[in-house]
Ligand binder design. Structure first.
Ligand code: HEC
Length: 423
């Protein structure tokens, strides 16, 4: 019964996963969001008004995402060493990498300029120029100083131009229009190119910005400031880890493995339980990308999609890339991914969703040839030809229940169910 409810929610695509749509099995929302105390415009007036009970997702959220296909994009044709990249940003046709080898600019896959002065960085962004027109590539070094890359590719400290004197910046982002956010561990300030305003009090551990909205993750709390109106909103979200503003200007956040999305009424609703904690999130173009374990996920128009077998490095972080793509940084070389939205063949979908289940839970017995148990399930063809039997044995757990022994979780059964329904 529960299973069919979960399936219905998934099938109808998760945005509308509200209490009304899915019955009383849904988690209570983390907090009434509209809690905005708007009295002092653009200023954080301290702790949010008291919250409702912390959210418990009751383990009933959908756990099956649509398959996400990604393509690794080649960006470094000349194999330029980049070191450990701590921050990266695209600006027109140039990508600026900031890392252990200093700043390196790549254009058309080749090294275009470099500067080894500073080798420890925190954040980078492409922002509207404060003087003149066009954009600046700016980056924050490990001491919290903000630099811009000048047209002659030298670095210039520009914190004073933004009025950041004395602030140790951790993170910078362009949030729309002329709004640039600078966050320290304790607060967030927003510049409109003319003035800087201190707008939110931390401590903060993660950030997101777009659509003129700046979001910060404080312990157990998500705070969002609308730079255009000065409206501040706060949601309680115990264990909050990451936040982003999606293409519709809605707040998307994570706590542990659960993905939360702002519903039409402004509350945060649980929409998905990922297989592993969600540790990073960023918006690029139409989708919010996230990292769960070693996989990439996306959230767009209410739909959660996840890769299978991407094998990201541990502690990967995300930065937006041009053309709706995403940068994945870690101690290893950065990777750049694009969502592959072309129609996938049924076989590619099977490979992305069922092949790992086959390998871990069926391959010992259902292999082709001598000694293999019929049916041969080592290929898409084998699964496609045995859909009814697989449904009975794996999903409905009717005799002979498969796999006959060993660990096989409800989530894995649900994944098989989702694959069977995909046709
Ligand atoms: C330990 C060995 C083993 C593993 C692992 C195993 N199976 Fe089986 N499977 C069997 C045996 C033995 C039979 C024949 C059982 C029977 O006919 O009573 C069988 C039969 C089947 C059948 C045919 C059922 C029918 O109605 O005739 C399907 C479908 C199937 N398995 C699917 C799977 C899938 C999918 C997995 C992995 C998720 C899996 N099996 C894992 C041993 C295994």
């Amino acid at each position: 019964m529960t299973r069919s409810i979960v399936r219905w929610c998934f099938a109808s695509s998760v945005v509308a996963l509200s209490v009304a749509a899915c019955g009383p099995t849904e988690p209570p929302p983390p907090m009434d969001s509209g809690v905005v105390t708007d009295t002092s415009v653009g200023t954080d007036t301290g702790p949010a008004p008291d919250s409702t009970a912390p959210p418990s997702d009751g383990g009933t959220l959908p756990t099956i995402a649509a398959p996400l296909f990604v393509r690794a994009i080649t960006y470094n044709n000349m194999m330029v060493p980049l070191g450990t990249v701590q921050a990266v940003t695209d600006n027109a046709g140039t990508t600026a990498f900031f890392g252990s080898l200093g700043m390196r600019l790549l254009r058309a896959g080749a090294l275009f300029a470099s500067n080894a002065e500073i080798t420890m960085w925190r954040s980078a962004a492409t922002v509207p120029a404060v003087v003149g027109t066009g954009t600046w590539t700016i980056a924050v070094d490990a001491m919290g100083r903000v630099h811009r890359v000048r047209p002659d590719n030298l670095l210039e400290i520009v914190g004073d131009r933004y009025g950041l004197t004395g602030m140790s910046v951790r993170w910078v982002a362009h949030g729309g229009m002329n709004f640039v956010g600078f966050a320290s561990e304790t607060h967030l300030s927003i510049s409109d190119g003319m003035n800087i305003r201190r707008v939110m009090e931390g401590p903060f551990t993660a950030f997101g910005a777009s659509n003129n909205l700046f979001a910060g993750v404080s312990p157990d709390r998500i705070k969002v400031l609308d730079a255009a109106t000065g409206r501040l909103r706060t949601w309680n979200l115990p264990g909050a880890t990451a936040v982003a503003i999606d293409a519709m200007g809605k707040v998307i956040a994570s706590a542990g493995p659960v993905l939360w999305a702002e519903a039409a009424d402004g509350t945060l609703e649980g929409v998905f339980r990922a297989p592993a904690p969600i540790t990073a999130m960023v918006r690029s173009g139409p989708r919010v990308w996230f990292v769960s374990g070693r996989e990439l996920g996306t959230y767009a128009t209410g739909r959660v999609s996840m890769t299978t077998g991407t094998m990201l490095d541990a502690n990967s972080t995300l930065s937006p890339a041009s053309m709706d793509e995403v940068w994945v940084s870690s101690a290893m070389a950065p990777r750049r991914y694009a969502a592959d939205t072309g129609t996938q063949t049924p076989e590619a979908i099977w490979r992305a969703t069922m092949q790992s289940i086959y390998a871990s839970s069926c391959a010992d017995c259902h292999f082709p040839g001598m000694g293999g148990q019929a049916p041969d399930l080592s290929t898409y063809m084998g699964w496609d030809a045995n859909r009814m039997k697989i449904r009975n044995s794996v999903v409905l757990m009717m005799a002979p229940v498969m796999p006959p022994r060993g660990m096989f979780t409800m989530e894995q059964r649900n994944a098989v169910d989702a694959w069977l329904m995909m046709r």
